[in-house]
Design a protein around this ligand. Structure first.
Ligand SMILES: Nc1nc2c(ncn2[C@@H]2O[C@H](COP(=O)(O)OP(=O)(O)OP(=O)(O)O)[C@@H](O)[C@H]2O)c(=O)[nH]1
Ligand SMILES: [Mg+2]
Length: 437
């Protein structure tokens, strides 16, 4: 890593692009002081909003702005940082960036470059960077809570604690190895080391248990509407989306292509997919639609299996990962036990259905956001668990073998923390960032 003085000072629009009341332009680097003195006349007090007229080198005004100066190292990136709160006009932004980039040693930031500098200065660990990305991308309440928790360091702190406990256990093993000639796997120090490792193992398993939910919350759940033609799938999609998305008609076989809508379901991100009515069809296009419907239902996190309440309840349509629905309850007919009765027309049963869907997806009574949210986390924790399971299996006849397993577990946790093997992860992560973050 090069010294801050070698790095160019970077600038970017940090708020969303486009016309707005206010836009925030952020700068970071060793030339921030010089930049502010040049365009704003003088440097405002640290961390206090000050009104300034920003001027180009000829002295012509660009805009009036609130200028904030955050001297390093107590700043987001650890370098000197400034924020210019300008009027959110394209013309102001264009002129300001032009003037700034004409100054020596200043260039536009690359995507994620502010955060990358924060990471390299040790201001954020890898899981906090991931949390920050997820927070910026979050659309629903559960996504926001989960991302904020990770950005606050929940995963980093847990991983650091697990690591510290295992390193202590390793020290106990080393002591035993040094003191006993036999280096066998009994003795009070080894007992204590194994107890600690067992403790960490339990916590890792618990964290891994929440992974599926954490990942789904980050990426979104898939819910598929399935059932025979005319069961009311498209009508229910429109009712749940509260928009007229899919074509509804009394003709059986209306929907052929899968139709997707994104929903915020009690804070959970859900993609709801309407599909072609399931039946044997000689029409090749409809048959293709039916094939796609079955494939989608296979992969879904949850299937809503519909039948019209006035149809023959001939088919069992419940099961794991399935909510059985009797639709059109405004018509005559009886719902069977286990079926949720709804009407897209009157709205009857829809609130109950939404609650049930949220419970099925998030897990009933779950209040704590998950710690593990990415495949990278699952892999690292899985490796630590494997190593600790080997250590606890009792099949080692030498304390040094135990110590080696603990070392592997520590290494996996360090990967989770971003302390080792990090370059690929970083490049991938920061490529997903937008400019100005
Ligand atoms: N009375 C009543 N009619 C409904 C209700 N929901 C849907 N329908 C009617 O049932 C017929 C079929 O509705 P769709 O939503 O197109 O059914 P679908 O399952 O999407 O049908 P396909 O796309 O052909 O598979 C239409 O005439 C709707 O108006 C309801 O809650 N009550
Ligand atoms: Mg339809």
């Amino acid at each position: 890593m090069s010294a801050p003085d070698d790095l160019p000072t970077i600038v970017a629009l940090s708020s969303a692009a486009g016309r707005a009341g206010v836009a925030v332009v952020r700068l970071s680097g060793s030339r921030v002081r010089f930049v502010i003195e040049t365009i704003a006349g003088n440097l405002p007090s640290a961390r206090r909003a000050s009104l300034r007229t920003l001027r180009d080198p000829t002295g012509e005004a660009i805009d009036q702005a609130l200028v904030l100066y955050f001297p390093g190292p107590a700043s987001f990136t650890g370098e000197d940082v400034a924020e210019l709160h300008i009027h959110g006009a394209r013309s102001v932004l264009a002129r300001l960036l032009q003037v700034l980039c004409d100054l020596p040693g200043i260039r536009l930031a690359e995507p994620g470059e502010f955060t990358r500098r924060a990471f390299e200065a040790g201001k954020l660990d890898l899981s906090e960077v991931e949390g920050l990305i997820d927070l910026i991308d979050s659309e629903t309440e559960w996504q926001r809570r989960q991302a904020l928790r990770q950005m606050d360091g929940a995963l980093g702190i847990a991983a650091a604690n697990w690591r510290r406990a295992l390193i202590e256990a390793m020290a106990l093993l080393e002591a035993e190895i040094d003191f006993s000639d036999e280096a066998d796997v009994t003795g009070p120090l080894i007992e204590r080391a194994l107890a600690t490792a067992g403790d960490v193992l339990g916590q890792l398993r618990e964290a891994l248990g929440g992974f599926a939910r954490g990942e789904r919350i980050r990426e979104g759940f898939v819910v598929v509407l399935a059932g025979p033609p005319n069961a009311g799938k498209s009508s229910l999609l429109n009712a749940l989306a509260r928009r007229d998305v899919a074509i509804v008609s009394p003709i059986a076989g209306t929907t052929r292509d899968a139709i997707e809508v994104r929903l915020d379901l009690a804070g959970l991100p859900v993609t709801l997919i309407d599909t072609a009515g399931l039946r044997d069809s000689t029409d090749p296009i409809e048959a293709e639609g039916v094939g796609r419907a079955r494939a989608l239902a296979e992969k879904a996190d949850l299937v809503l299996s519909l039948r019209s309440i006035d149809s023959d309840p001939d088919r069992l349509h419940g099961g794991e990962g399935v909510i059985a629905l009797a639709t059109k309850v405004d018509l005559a007919g009886l719902a069977r036990p286990g079926e949720v009765a709804v009407s897209a027309q009157t709205g009857q049963g829809i609130p109950e259905l939404l609650t049930l869907m949220a419970e099925r997806l998030a897990g009933q009574g779950v209040v704590e956001p998950a710690l593990l949210t990415r495949e990278r986390h699952r892999v690292a924790v899985g490796q630590a668990i494997d190593a600790l399971e080997r250590a606890g299996s009792g099949r080692h006849d030498h304390a040094e073998l135990l110590a080696e397993d603990l070392r592997l577990a520590v290494r996996a946790l360090e990967r989770l923390l971003g302390r080792v093997d990090i370059e690929d992860v970083l490049d991938q992560l920061f490529a997903g960032f937008c400019i100005g973050k």
